[in-house]
Design a protein around this ligand. Sequence first.
Ligand code: ZN
Length: 420
Amino acid sequence: MLHVYHRSTCRLCNSPNVELAVKLDPIPLAENYTLTREEARETPCFPVDLYMCADCGHVQQLDVVDADYLWSKYTYFSGAAKGMPEHFEEVAARIMKEFPLPENSLVVDIGSNDGSLLLPFQKAGLRVLGVDPAEAAAAKANDRGVPTIVAPMSLELARRIRAEHGPARVVCMFNAFAHMDNLQEMLDAIATLLDKDGIFVFESQYIGDIIEKRLIATIFHEHMSHHSAVALEPFFRRHGMELIDLSRAPIQHGSIIGVAQLQGGAHAARPSVAALLEMERRQGLDKIDSLRAFAADIADMRSRIHAWAQARRAEGAVLAGYGAARSGPTLIAQLGLTGMLEYVFDDHPQKVGRFSSGEGLPIVPTRELYERMPPYTVILAWVHAAKIIQEHRKYVEQGGAFVVLCPEPRLVTRDGESPL
Ligand SMILES: [Zn+2]
């Protein structure tokens, strides 16, 4: 059974002029841990190459993994992710402060996961409704008292919600805005849900940061779009909407938070929209050359890391990984570490004792770091690198070395830090 199809047109504007910009190694789906090594090695790999639309500049993956297959095993709970509840509280407070909401307003969150973003709105006395196809997360939201419809958002569902609950004053889509193949229908659904003075708020990884900080770890199958202001601005206009604010956020080391409304809505566009558009044009983010330069950067990092790992293994050294993270398969594949690591440390109860898909690396508990004392431990949970090093000063003091991959590959030893 085939779980992937290759689309031939731009996800935002339907142009057939899509160019391959960054060729990467195919990888297995993230967060898939099997009971046997054989099963792990049999899991299929799918492409994650990046394309750019020559007409609108949108950067995207065109190899689309079937949504049911991609999300059926999804076990991520945003409420359990480090720093996320605090981030959502801040975001909700900011929305309510900057765009005052009348009493009894409806707030709809698309891809609402366990309801973490809706909770602060609900606490403020507003009506809330979540929509998410991931059953386990939606069940958790309903248990917490956040009403959640278990389904993917569609135009039909948007019409039904509007008929049953009235128009939404706020529609949110955090992270999920990059997770959809059918973004055009999604935006029509959002426009259908919105009150004439309502706002749509979204957060997504940002292509400018991906290039600048070499965030190769954020490229996996779920991230189908890597958004930019230059591509989004005309996209919203084609669907009867307009961007009114764009800000950068440090989540995942590089995200944008955008606010849009129906054309002619109550809010004036802020200078931030024109400013980001101007900056992107100045940096050439709407040109394929910027992505080709990124591809060259990644290729250079890959050959350096690969040569280093090969030399250490030739000396007989064991290389371990730390953090069975979502970004693990892509870091290993794109940065030349395939076949180099022996095992991965992680304490997640659903991962320990299992094998990572693709290579079939055993997942072992982190306390074994001190029994096994691998001379080199590559940090795969890249977002938490600083914290992991901090927590395991003892490993470094005892002679172990951590390897940090991005943005510059470096070695952390008891003598200090050095480039790889
Ligand atoms: Zn396009």
